[in-house]
Design a binder for this molecule. Structure first.
Ligand SMILES: *[C@@H]1O[C@H](CO)[C@@H](O)[C@H](O)[C@H]1NC(C)=O
Ligand SMILES: *[C@@H]1O[C@H](CO)[C@@H](O)[C@H](O)[C@H]1NC(C)=O
Length: 380
């Protein structure tokens, strides 16, 4: 009897620290000016490899060569989100997070040795934020648009994030009645490119941004395109039943390692297997539009952090401290983005030693979380 009471007290105490999360589907009606590509979705191994060989060819201007113009795309889509708040009610600020290519919304709350690799757990349980993660269009449990070339593209996903943010700010998402006056946006990789465009289009929409796994150096995207061992989704057992033809995913754990993880024993080998088992696909329309708008000077006037691992392959060619592509004019390749944010109240470039593009998968993940949360806590 006594030990049962003790157990009850202990579990209540544990619960007191636990965040409250629930999955919410958010319908949005959106439109965007997308690019039109003269391309059939690649569906065979050879077609997929040809696509990436062309994308990675030096000096090729591959997206440009395929473009026949732009067209307005509009539709109704359903976004799968997960909302979390501290157990004693809504947090002081809402963090909205957009994942990158290769993952779904669980990137922000990895269920691997939880909560060690969970940014969400740290943000909500320790720092008192509310969080909202969403599956990008085409990924996971959000709508998979019919056209993987002309529809699922950066511009449409920017429109989706904008619609979602406006509803959250107004307290108009069913099951999240709290109107949030303070909303910050985090992105990873392609999700950072989406966030970059969001705040450039509508600078007041966010009170702060953190672009993770990102830079504005495009020279090295080809290394990612070739190194990730991309194959048609039907060849990846974990994904074949859930995605239509035209989706593309990493074909092996080796591809995931090259694209996302550092060399030198800086990650738990089991998290690589976990990462491959939970990897998600992307579309050609997304990879062809990853650079849209990110060469424009950004109008955002709030605090901005860009953070990635020193060994980031797609955005730094495996060395963010190597400054050759920027003529040695900046301390590192991330700092080279400073002139792109002339109005930002603070611009912070952070290169994380020994980490790579998939910042949440390395042993340094807790340091990454602490750095981001320190920035948001002191600057927003
Ligand atoms: C995208 O649009 C172009 C122009 O209409 C067309 O040639 C191409 O087949 C379309 N792609 C898909 C996958 O429908
Ligand atoms: C960037 O922000 C982090 C977190 O607040 C801080 O530790 C670091 O000193 C900042 N870097 C610069 C160059 O200000």
């Amino acid at each position: 009897m006594k030990s049962t009471t003790l157990l009850a007290v202990v579990s209540t105490a544990t619960l007191a620290l636990a965040r409250k999360c629930h999955d919410i589907k958010v319908p949005v009606s959106i439109s965007a000016e997308n690019m039109v590509f003269d391309l059939e979705p690649p569906t065979t191994e050879i077609d997929v490899t040809n696509f990436y060989l062309n994308l990675a060819q030096q000096g090729a201007n591959f997206p440009g060569a395929l473009t026949t113009g732009t067209a307005k795309v509009s539709g109704h889509y359903v976004l799968q989100t997960t909302y979390c708040e501290p157990d004693d009610g809504p947090g002081h600020t809402l963090q909205v997070m957009t994942h990158g290519v290769g993952f779904d919304r669980s990137y922000w709350d990895l269920p691997f040795q939880a909560p060690k690799y969970s940014y969400v757990a740290e943000a909500v349980d320790v720092h008192g934020y509310s969080t909202l993660t969403w599956d990008r269009l085409g990924v996971g449990m959000s709508t998979h648009p019919d056209d993987t070339v002309n529809e699922t593209q950066l511009a449409l996903e920017v429109a989706a994030l904008k619609a979602l943010t406006k509803r959250l700010r107004a307290g108009k998402v069913c099951d999240i009645p709290t109107p949030y006056h303070s909303i910050v946006h985090l992105g990873h990789s392609f999700g950072s490119a989406i966030t970059y465009n969001l705040v450039n289009d509508d600078p007041k929409i966010s009170q702060g941004i953190v672009l993770t796994g990102f830079s504005q150096i495009s020279d090295f995207l080809g290394q990612f395109a070739l190194g990730a061992n991309f194959v048609p989704v039907r060849e990846v057992a974990a994904l074949a039943a859930r995605y239509e033809e035209g989706y593309i995913a990493a074909g092996s754990a080796v591809g995931v390692h090259i694209a996302f993880l550092p060399p030198g024993g800086e990650f738990d080998p089991d998290i690589l297997d976990f990462g491959f088992a939970h990897a998600q696909p992307h579309t050609t329309g997304e990879l062809l539009t990853v650079g849209v708008g990110t060469g424009e000077i950004n109008a955002f006037a709030g605090p901005c952090m860009i953070i990635t691992g020193e060994r980031d392959v797609p955005f730094c060619g495996g060395d963010c401290m190597g400054t050759a592509p920027v003529d040695g004019k900046f301390d590192n390749l991330i700092q080279a983005s400073a002139p792109m944010f002339p109005q930002a109240s603070v611009f912070n470039a952070t290169v994380v030693p020994k980490a790579a593009h998939g910042l949440h998968f390395g042993y340094s993940a807790p340091d990454v979380f602490a750095t981001i949360l320190d920035f948001l806590g002191t600057q927003v």
